[in-house]
Structures are given as structure tokens and as C-alpha cells.
Design a protein around this ligand. Structure first.
Ligand SMILES: C[S@@+](CC[C@H](N)C(=O)[O-])C[C@H]1O[C@@H](n2cnc3c(N)ncnc32)[C@H](O)[C@@H]1O
Length: 282
């Protein structure tokens, strides 16, 4: 992996390469040419001989099921963003833990104000490929350093906060503090967040999950999941203003590339192993 990239930040390389592989596949379910451009450049910088993760990325041998899952998720979050922009063409979208994703290019309607926020080491790489403008901003910060909210607060909104594949890497108490802070500062905003089911984070099951993550994609120990919730309505108990609007799981998708995994939608616990919840923060 590139110097200075921690285990959690490295997860963004995996999602980026998934986007690129899917874009180059037959009948792609996601079109993300920017990911192909970025991975072509990163291939020259990674060290396949030294790092198993780099080897998997550069040789394009990421697990094909993971590629399809990540592409379905990206497409679904694009759809959520576009739905928000249909309702509020001048709305403000904050992509929390954006990684090296290029959602802004995929959903730009010519009016949206878009913020990409991630750890400084990821934003430093991202700035090689993206330039900030009046409507597109890059913020290099931990999401837990709430100063990132100051520039966003200059806008009147409405606001949509997206956290695609991020909250599980934060401690549970940090997720709670973050959601409550967004609610306090941006009343009326919408939040879309992917969460892991806390059922799978019980000690023995978590060991199995950690083993799978470290062996499937060779991520270090800091990239293991730290927190989850048991039910989409759990966050409503954190504050009376938090309103559950809906939820979505990968397996709800009728995407043929999911194959037999589509059957998992019939088992609630598996359907909600890792899923997305949509809230209003009043
Ligand atoms: C699995 S990647 C997802 C990236 C992107 N959302 C996507 O789906 O392609 C998780 C991202 O969360 C970011 N992240 C994790 N903890 C963070 C924090 N405390 N503050 C900001 N970003 C964070 C990581 O750096 C990484 O880019």
C-alpha cells in the first residue's frame, strides 16, 4: 500500500477498484470511467510484490461477488442522491468517508453543492485527480473533528449526508455523537448510512468476520468492523427528532449479477448483515 495510508483508509482503494472492474465488465451495472482513470495511475504506484492487497488490486483479482456488491451499493447511493436532487435541485450533499469515489461526477445536475470528506491521506491522493470548484469541495479531516461542519454551514441547504461503508469503522459512541451533532447543526437534514448488524459483532461471530475480511482482501487489523446496530429504528431512540424513513439491503436488488444471493432477501438476519438506513434528522 502507498506510504502513509492506514488500514481504514486502504479500504477506499478496494471500493475504487471494484468500481473500475465493474465499469470494465460486460453489462456493467455502474459506469464510473473516473475510477478506471485513477486505478490506471495507481497501478504504477502500488507494490504488488510486497503487499498481497496491492497484488489483488493491480491484477484485478478482487472477489467478483465483492465487486458486484460494491457496485450495486454505489449505484444505489447515486440513485438516492439523484432522488434528493430531484426534490431539491440546489441541495447540498456531504459524502462522509468519500474515499476515492467520484459520485459528484456521476450525479452532478449543474446546481448541487457537493462536499467530499475523508481522512487527510485520502484527500491528498484525491486532489491529484479532482480539483475543487465553487460547487465541489474536498475536506481533509476526520469526520469526528466537527470543524468540518463550519464551511458546510455557510449554505442554507437542504442537506443530505451520505456515509457509504463508513460507520462500521467508527466506535459506536462516535457514531452516536456524530449523528446527534449533525442533527443539532443541520436540523431537517437527511442522513443515509450503511450499518453492520451488531448481531454479527458478537465475540465469536466477529472473529469469523475479521478472519474473512483479513483473508479475503488482506486488510490490517484497524480496518475491522467496530460498531453496529441491531435494527433500523435503534437510532430513533437516540433522540426524538431522529426519524426512520426507510432502509435498503444489497439483496433487495434484482440485479442478475447477484445470482443466487438474491435469495438471501428472504432471511431477515442475512438481508440485514450490512444494510443502509435513511433518516430525517429533525
Ligand atoms: C470502505 S471505504 C468507503 C469509501 C467510499 N464511501 C466508497 O464507498 O467508495 C471507507 C472510507 O471511510 C473513511 N473513513 C474512515 N474513518 C473515517 C473518519 N474518522 N473520518 C473520515 N473518513 C473516514 C476511510 O478513509 C475510507 O475512505
Amino acid at each position: 500500500m502507498l506510504a502513509g495510508i492506514g488500514d481504514v483508509a486502504a479500504t477506499s482503494f478496494i471500493t475504487l477498484y471494484c468500481h473500475a472492474l465493474e465499469t470494465l465488465s460486460d453489462n456493467p451495472l455502474l459506469s464510473d470511467p473516473k475510477s478506471v482513470e485513477i486505478t490506471t495511475e495507481l497501478n504504477k504506484l502500488l507494490s504488488p510484490a510486497e503487499h498481497p492487497l496491492d497484488r489483488i488490486l493491480v491484477t484485478g483479482t478482487l472477489d467478483s461477488r465483492l465487486v458486484v456488491h460494491i457496485a450495486i451499493r454505489a449505484k444505489k447511493y447515486d440513485d438516492y442522491a439523484q432522488d434528493f436532487l430531484q426534490r431539491f435541485p440546489d441541495g447540498v450533499i456531504v459524502n462522509i468517508g468519500c474515499g476515492l469515489d467520484s459520485r459528484f461526477l456521476r450525479i452532478d445536475n449543474g446546481h448541487v453543492i457537493f462536499y467530499d470528506l475523508d481522512l487527510p491521506e485520502i484527500i491528498a491522493i484525491k486532489k491529484r485527480f479532482f480539483t475543487g470548484t465553487e460547487r465541489y469541495h474536498l475536506i481533509a479531516s476526520s469526520v469526528m473533528d466537527f470543524d468540518w461542519m463550519t464551511p458546510v454551514l455557510r449554505h442554507k441547504g437542504p442537506f443530505l449526508f451520505m456515509a457509504e461503508g463508513v460507520f462500521m469503522y467508527l466506535d459506536g459512541e462516535d457514531v452516536r455523537l456524530l449523528v446527534l451533532k449533525i442533527q443539532e447543526k443541520f436540523p431537517g437534514s437527511e442522513l443515509l448510512c450503511e450499518v453492520v448488524n451488531s448481531f454479527w459483532l458478537r465475540p465469536l461471530l466477529k472473529k469469523i468476520l475479521d478472519y474473512k475480511i483479513s483473508h479475503q482482501v488482506h486488510l490490517g487489523k484497524d480496518a475491522m468492523f467496530r460498531s453496529g446496530i441491531s435494527d433500523g429504528r435503534e437510532m430513533e431512540q437516540w433522540h426524538s427528532g431522529i426519524q426512520f424513513l426507510g432502509e435498503w439491503s444489497y439483496f433487495d436488488s434484482d440485479e442478475k449479477k447477484l445470482g443466487w444471493l438474491r435469495l438471501l432477501k428472504h432471511c431477515e438476519l442475512l438481508r440485514k448483515t450490512q444494510w443502509t438506513i435513511h433518516y430525517r434528522l429533525n
